[in-house]
Design a protein around this ligand. Structure first.
Ligand code: SAM
Length: 199
């Protein structure tokens, strides 16, 4: 666990919801539509923050499905609980590098605007793979390309100044390490989307 990053995100929690634009919601909603999420699916949101994706995902999985958001910032988790007090949405204060979730129990894992901030991305890949069922999907989303993201984090500075996404070849290796198949990476201005299927 990276204490400096955790402290940084704790301090962002109260104002975090204000950081999204209507366009962000629209693109995110379009992407989630494209994932063909089935009713009853169980989805883990890794680095869920205040739960921006929860309502979109909840509508997809229906009342028999389940959303579990994990974040190591207790304040983010608290806000997410306040924002989305639904029966089938659970917010867990935990580290995505050591997920407090059962193996082979999820149909999908999604990490939005968070993967670049994970200190040990290899471990997160292992953990995402562990909790997914065979055939489960892992989607890593950022609403900017990897180059823009580097510039953005440098501008933000502090503990996230160096946070970045792996180069495509390294991301492929990470997915291979997690026994993922059918890896697809899109990386262009405005969108980074890496998706794969657990083999
Ligand atoms: C940029 S925010 C994105 C939050 C949310 N997905 C959103 O888009 O609103 C990154 C989140 O990842 C969380 N995070 C970073 N490293 C983590 C870790 N090792 N375990 C759990 N959460 C982590 C931070 O606390 C923060 O809430």
């Amino acid at each position: 666990m990276d204490k400096l990053r955790k402290k940084y995100f704790e301090a962002c929690a109260d104002e975090w919801d204000k950081s999204f634009t209507a366009e962000d919601y629209e693109i995110l909603s379009f992407l989630i539509d494209s994932f063909n999420i089935s009713k009853k699916a169980k989805i883990a949101d890794l680095g869920c923050g205040t739960g921006i994706m929860f309502d979109m995902l909840r509508r997809k999985v229906g009342s028999d499905g389940m959303i579990v958001g994990v974040d190591f910032s207790g304040r983010m988790v608290k806000k997410a609980r306040q924002n989305f007090p639904f029966d089938n949405v659970y917010e867990v204060d935990g580290d995505v590098e050591d997920l407090p979730l059962q193996s082979g129990s999820f149909d999908m894992a999604i990490s939005f605007a968070a993967f670049a901030h994970f200190t040990n991305q290899k471990k997160v890949m292992e953990e995402a793979s562990r909790i997914l069922k065979q055939g489960g999907k892992f989607h890593i989303i950022h609403l900017s390309g990897s180059k823009e993201l580097v510039e953005f984090h440098q501008q933000v500075g502090g503990p996230v100044a160096q946070d970045h996404l792996p180069a495509d070849a390294d991301m492929m290796k990470l997915f291979e390490h997690g026994h993922f198949l059918d890896v697809k990476i899109q990386d262009h201005p405005g969108l980074y989307l890496a998706s794969a299927t657990k083999g």
